[in-house]
Design a protein around this ligand. Structure first.
Ligand SMILES: Nc1ncnc2c1ncn2[C@@H]1O[C@H](COP(=O)(O)OP(=O)(O)OP(=O)(O)O)[C@@H](O)[C@H]1O
Ligand SMILES: [Mg+2]
Length: 200
């Protein structure tokens, strides 16, 4: 399955590495790929979260939403920042992705202008909608959590301490997180909003 690069074991199925941009002179374990991804993501963390990012740096426009994914994964995967063309078990239909992402960018601009939600509700809604759309082949969770954190940091809050290691599939905290996303699918954002208040 292409949508898991978690170090479940040390073998890398061939499907997983078709878009890998790392030097081809060696075979990479999933753990090694994960480390390369984390190093790549760290660059985006430094760029956007070390100080409150300006609207110019993080404009939350349609173009920037994809650019952020490319910045997080572009050193490792050739599909970084590119919309998927295949259906996944999570996410809307692939052909609907560009329109839905444009709508999200427009909604964010509207909420901003009209102060529709407080920052925690806005960041929770951005996070939920971004991962519900699931624009990319992989990295949608990490990208949507980064989006929420950038939004929080831009609006005077510290980022959420998601503890990426705790979000591995074996961890009970993950069930709680997925449950909060599923409840939000039905319009109840309260659990996800509470999670967005546990900041550094
Ligand atoms: N029913 C679900 N089961 C698993 N994940 C879900 C579900 N519904 C929504 N999600 C979201 O999808 C994300 C997984 O998507 P994807 O594999 O593209 O992201 P990732 O960044 O690679 O993974 P992770 O978020 O686990 O680090 C989850 O983190 C979560 O945010
Ligand atoms: Mg994944």
């Amino acid at each position: 399955m292409i949508n898991s690069t978690k170090p479940i074991n040390d073998a890398t199925p061939l499907d997983d590495i078709s878009g890998l941009k790392l030097p081809k002179n060696k075979v990479y374990s999933l753990k090694e790929i994960c480390i390369h991804e984390a190093n790549n993501i760290a660059l985006a963390t430094l760029k956007y979260l070390s100080a409150p990012p300006s609207k110019k740096l993080a404009p939350f426009t349609y173009e920037w939403l994809s650019k952020l994914h490319e910045e997080m994964f572009g050193n490792v995967w050739d599909w970084a920042g590119k919309f998927r063309h295949v259906e996944l078990s999570i996410g809307i239909k692939a052909y609907q992705v560009p329109t839905a992402l444009k709508e999200l960018a427009d909604d964010i601009a509207y909420w901003e202008k009209h102060k529709t939600f407080d920052i925690y509700e806005a960041s929770a809604r951005i996070h939920h909608r971004a991962v519900q759309i699931h624009p990319f082949l992989n990295g949608n969770g990490r990208w949507s959590r980064m989006l929420a954190n950038i939004y929080l940091r831009q609006h005077g809050s510290m980022p959420v301490k998601w503890q990426e290691d705790l979000l591995s599939k074996e961890n009970p905290k993950r069930d709680e997180y997925i449950k909060a996303l599923k409840v939000a699918d039905n319009g109840d954002y309260s659990s996800l909003i509470e999670m967005h208040k546990i900041t550094y």
